[in-house]
Design a protein. Structure first.
Length: 244
């Protein structure tokens, strides 16, 4: 019985060994498959980074700093260790600086309004903007005006009962932080306005200035500091009008 059992057991053992080897051979590829997946993912990320880099280059060629700035930041954040990120970082600071300057210029330009139209028997041309401080309902409007009958003038138009000024008063003013006192007077017609006495020198100085700060006194609100961001002024848009 023992020998017969052994004869039958040997083929069975061999068969089991073969099955075990087959099972092992089926499990072994699992480790390489994980490495392959990681490699494939890395390649996919590299391809995507490269695709975005190509678009970034095109944005630079088109001088589209806004889009290039946004895409460049995305590449650096999403693929920080990629060759694409290294290339982008060489140009991105300059692109961002240009876009910052461009957007600020657009903001300042948009503060100004230019209008031409009939006004009390003549034609009036104005260039104006509102104060950035105070703002809202308390904002004061700075107006450059040309009129076919009244000529050229510069004034501020406020709210309520207007400004406090006796005769020729002085407005303590700063042009980009430098003291530049202005002589002013109130209109005889009673509007809540105050006129700058020397309009021509004011305009010439304003064209070289980014920010004007004025300390005034309001009839309804006491002393107040007015801030005008004038850096976006475009003299070519302030239309000339002939004398009537």
């Amino acid at each position: 019985m023992t020998r017969s059992f052994l004869r039958r057991s040997v083929p069975l053992f061999a068969a089991c060994s073969l099955l075990a080897l087959a099972a092992c051979s089926q499990q072994e590829p699992s480790a390489p498959s994980q490495a392959d997946a990681a490699k494939a993912q890395a390649q996919a990320e590299a391809d995507e980074a490269n695709n975005q880099l190509q678009t970034y280059r095109k944005m630079l060629q088109m001088k589209s700093d806004e889009m290039a700035s946004q895409l460049g930041q995305q590449i650096v954040q999403q693929f920080p260790n990629s060759d694409a990120a290294k290339e982008v970082q060489q140009t991105l600071p300059a692109v961002e600086q240009r876009w910052k300057e461009t957007s600020e210029k657009r903001r300042l330009t948009a503060l100004w309004t230019y209008q031409v139209g009939p006004m009390e028997g003549g034609t009036q041309s104005t260039a104006s903007l509102y104060s950035t401080s105070p703002s809202g309902d308390r904002a004061v409007r700075l107006v450059l005006r040309r009129h076919t009958k009244w000529g050229q003038s510069v004034f501020m138009f406020g709210t309520g009962h207007g400004f406090v000024c006796k005769g020729n008063c002085m407005i303590q003013t700063q042009f980009d932080g430098k003291s530049h006192p202005l002589r002013a007077f109130l209109p005889t017609t009673g509007e809540p306005a105050i006129f700058i006495r020397d309009d021509k020198p004011f305009i010439e100085a304003m064209e070289k200035t980014k920010r004007i700060t004025m300390n005034v006194e309001m009839q309804d609100g006491g002393k107040q500091t007015l801030v005008f961001e004038v850096g976006g002024y475009d003299p070519t848009k302030w239309t000339e009008v002939g004398k009537k």
